[in-house]
Design a protein around this ligand. Structure first.
Ligand SMILES: *Cc1c(COP(=O)(O)O)cnc(C)c1O
Length: 341
């Protein structure tokens, strides 16, 4: 039996429809700028967000790191939340690629406020790195899938504009934020100078992220991608999967959110659970009661065909996605209810 794999929404496998789209994609050498499917994906994604241009890349780490490299100089600084992916989970890439510093903001569930951004901007003084970028994450992974509304983004963008500082979005799960908030992707282009979108999370593509920005920004970004070894050839086969995902798998994200809420409700009734972080999108984070041995609990889940991720002391993360079926949900509830602490 297939495991009920709730470790991440990156574990999805291409559906028959997606594979069909990949097999039949027209392709060419993308380093020669000759892959029509890559162009189609880039144009489609840019227009979705009201941005001028786009660049298809292998990973979200690469799109984020290219954007940071583009916006910063050595001796400058990036303002971001202390649990943000660009800081925690990209191997210290900001230091490695950009020789830039970070100003970490202590947010609430991964989110920061305009006041915190303003307070984080360094004065023009030789002692300080120059504040050169503000980066937001939407949804916030470590925040348990919390999201910014467009109004909250607009308020932060205003502080950035007033201070001449570009604003980047790590939108690995931006479509989950859009599904939950009801905001329009098209409006995002007004507020962000660059956006990174992942196709391989909840959208279900096997590989790929897209960086969005102005035309000249993306032209230069292409050089940075090449320097990182990310110039690829018949990438249209992968772009076709991304296009298919954008055109078929957006509406169903609400299903993932509803299932995450059902799981949270079930957990809240379990005696071995001390706390469930309120669910906003497709991520459920919960804390086991002190007397429960976390490794033992994870082992119990695994023996019963459920895979989960440990997310800190006594903390466990479940992520819902398109490969979780209704049958799996029923089995999951039985497994959750069956644990004896
Ligand atoms: C997954 C993820 C990324 C990119 O990860 P890759 O594995 O490099 O594609 C970036 N930011 C957040 C918040 C993520 O969850």
């Amino acid at each position: 039996m297939n495991p009920i794999d709730l470790r991440s929404d990156t574990v999805t496998k291409p559906s028959p429809g997606m594979l069909q789209a990949m097999f039949s994609a027209p392709v060419g050498d993308d380093v020669y700028n000759e892959d029509p499917t890559v162009h189609e994906l880039q144009d489609y994604c840019a227009s979705l967000f009201g941005m001028e241009a786009a660049l298809f890349c292998p990973t979200g780490t690469m799109t984020n790191q290219i954007a940071i490299k583009m916006h910063t100089q050595p001796l400058s600084e990036v303002i971001c939340e202390k649990t943000s992916h660009i800081y925690l989970y990209e191997v210290g890439g900001i230091a490695f690629h950009s020789a830039a510093s970070v100003h970490l903001v202590d947010g609430v569930r991964g989110k920061i406020t305009p006041q915190q951004v303003l307070a984080g901007i360094n004065p023009d003084n030789v002692h300080y790195p120059v504040t050169s970028l503000v980066s937001l994450e939407n949804t916030c992974n470590k925040g348990g899938g919390s999201y910014y509304t467009l109004a909250e983004i607009a308020a932060i963008a205003e502080v950035c504009q007033q201070n001449g500082i570009p604003l980047h979005l790590d939108g690995a799960r931006v479509f989950n934020a859009l599904a939950a908030s009801g905001d329009s992707a098209l409006e995002y282009g007004k507020y962000f100078d660059s956006i990174s979108v992942c196709l391989s999370k909840g959208l279900g593509a096997p590989v790929g992220s897209v960086l969005l920005g102005k035309k000249n920004f993306i032209e230069k970004a292409k050089r940075v991608r090449k320097a990182l070894g990310g110039g690829w050839r018949q990438a249209g086969y992968l772009a076709a999967a991304g296009l298919y995902a954008l055109q078929n798998n957006l509406d169903r994200l609400q299903e993932d959110h509803a299932r995450a809420k059902q799981i949270a409700q079930e957990l809240a009734l379990s005696s071995y659970v001390a706390e469930v972080i309120p669910v906003e999108t497709n991520i459920v984070i919960f804390r086991l009661a002190d007397e429960v041995d976390m490794d033992q609990y994870l082992e119990y889940l695994k023996e019963n065909g459920v895979l989960a991720t440990s997310f800190g002391p006594q903390l466990i993360r479940f992520v819902t996605h398109l490969d979780i079926s209704e049958d799996m949900m029923q089995t999951l509830f039985e497994v959750l209810d069956g644990f004896q602490a």
